[in-house]
Design a protein around this ligand. Structure first.
Ligand SMILES: NC(=O)c1ccc[n+]([C@@H]2O[C@H](COP(=O)([O-])OP(=O)(O)OC[C@H]3O[C@@H](n4cnc5c(N)ncnc54)[C@H](O)[C@@H]3O)[C@@H](O)[C@H]2O)c1
Length: 371
């Protein structure tokens, strides 16, 4: 399979890097590190699920170009995206006498990417970061755009900073071992990208979903290419989320609140985003701001991807209250991303609470009409 490349440049944001998509890309990532930084060692930060599957390949590639690979394994799971795990990464790096020119490889899903990225941003006031996403979500979303961080008891991703990678390598061989549930979770972000930016991509997804669900490498590579194109284009226009980058939060204000109320261990991020997109779309149609024909196509695609249509038995008012504690709520006003039609969304901060509650109820009420 031919490798594909997207270049991301964001003026004044210290972002100027390639995103490589294809198969067998570990050697290329190691060569990049060797030629650009000439380090004697690199640390591969990875998690306890990904380490036994893929760390050896990356370590071998580094050894081939004369770099000593150090492997820092963190426990897998969102519940470990916290200050204790970050402290472990900091200790590991400092105990190995880290130097400014020594890159960190983030080999894993979005949790590894966000935490290794935060460590890279902070140790010695910043060292190079190479993102090697192994989940679909990390490949199409978390590894691109420079957001890094950890969770706090008060909520997800409340602590962090921007630190762009100097290279992102999405190798579909690494992604092929992803559990199906995690593939589906990543698909929710792909559906989100299509709704906010690209009607043709939505139609492509409708046609190619069966191959994607079977981990067909060419379809996965094309999916990642299309999605990174959308995300990179938005990040390049608005690297610090002052305007259009907020569109990427479609489904997320509802989704984050649902995750918080239902429990992060019970509701994967992408599942929550799928429910959030359904609620936001129904809300937008109810307010007369969205073409009604979007809803049946969205519902069909979400269902076909194996994503949930409801998470029943939760009080919509509890979800609304969690929406207010999301960090993306500007000055105590709910700021929602609402679809207008396929490929177009708008930002709304004038939506009546009663309408928001009704929209939440369509995904949380027992027996809610979901299609
Ligand atoms: N920085 C950003 O812009 C951004 C954007 C979106 C999401 N995120 C963050 O990303 C995280 C979610 O990412 P995620 O869904 O990748 O979660 P994750 O990192 O927890 O990965 C999901 C699960 O899949 C496992 N896994 C990953 N790759 C695997 C592989 N190839 N084979 C087998 N198992 C594998 C992991 O060990 C984990 O158990 C959240 O913390 C979210 O806040 C960040």
């Amino acid at each position: 399979m031919a490798m594909r490349k997207i270049h991301l440049t964001a003026a004044h944001a210290d972002a100027d890097y390639d995103i490589l998509i294809g198969t067998d890309l570990c050697d290329g990532a190691a060569t990049f590190a060797a030629e650009k930084y000439r380090p004697h060692a690199c640390t591969i930060v990875t998690d306890s699920n990904v380490a036994p599957l893929h760390a050896d390949k990356v370590a071998a590639a580094l050894q081939k170009v004369g770099i000593e690979p150090l492997v820092c394994v963190i426990p897998a799971g969102e519940e470990h995206k916290n200050i204790q795990t970050l402290q472990h990464i900091w200790d590991f790096l400092l105990q190995h006498r880290w130097e400014r020119r020594m890159p960190i490889f983030a080999l894993g899903g979005g949790v590894v990417g966000d935490m290794a990225g935060f460590a890279a941003a902070t140790v010695l006031r910043g060292v190079p970061l190479i993102q090697m996403p192994t989940s679909l979500l990390a490949a199409v979303d978390a590894s691109v755009g420079g957001k890094t961080g950890i969770d706090h008891a008060m909520g997800k991703n409340l602590l962090g900073t921007f630190h762009h990678a100097s290279l992102v390598v999405a190798d579909v061989n690494l992604i092929s071992t992803l559990p199906r549930r995690e593939l589906q979770s990543g698909l929710a972000e792909c559906i989100k990208h299509a709704v906010i930016a690209d009607a043709n991509m939505f139609a492509w997804l409708e046609r190619h979903l069966p191959q994607i669900l079977h981990f067909d490498p060419a379809s996965l590579a094309e999916l990642i290419f299309q999605n990174v194109s959308v995300k990179a284009n938005i990040v390049a226009q608005d690297p610090y989320e002052k305007s259009i980058r907020a569109h990427l939060n479609f489904g997320h204000t509802f989704g984050h609140a649902l995750e918080k109320v239902v429990g992060y261990d019970k509701l994967p991020h992408g599942y929550a985003v799928a429910l959030g997109m359904l609620a936001a779309t129904r809300l937008s149609i109810g307010l007369g701001r969205c073409e009604p024909q979007l809803l049946p196509r969205l519902e069909h695609l979400i269902r076909a991807a194996g994503l949930p249509m409801t998470v029943e038995g939760y009080d919509p008012r509890a979800v609304l209250s969690a929406m207010y504690s999301d960090k993306k709520v500007a000055s105590a006003k709910l700021r929602l991303i609402l679809p207008v039609k396929l490929g177009q969304v708008t930002i709304a901060s004038d939506v009546p609470e009663a309408s928001v509650i009704d929209a939440i109820a369509t995904v949380t009420t027992v027996g809610a009409v979901s299609a």
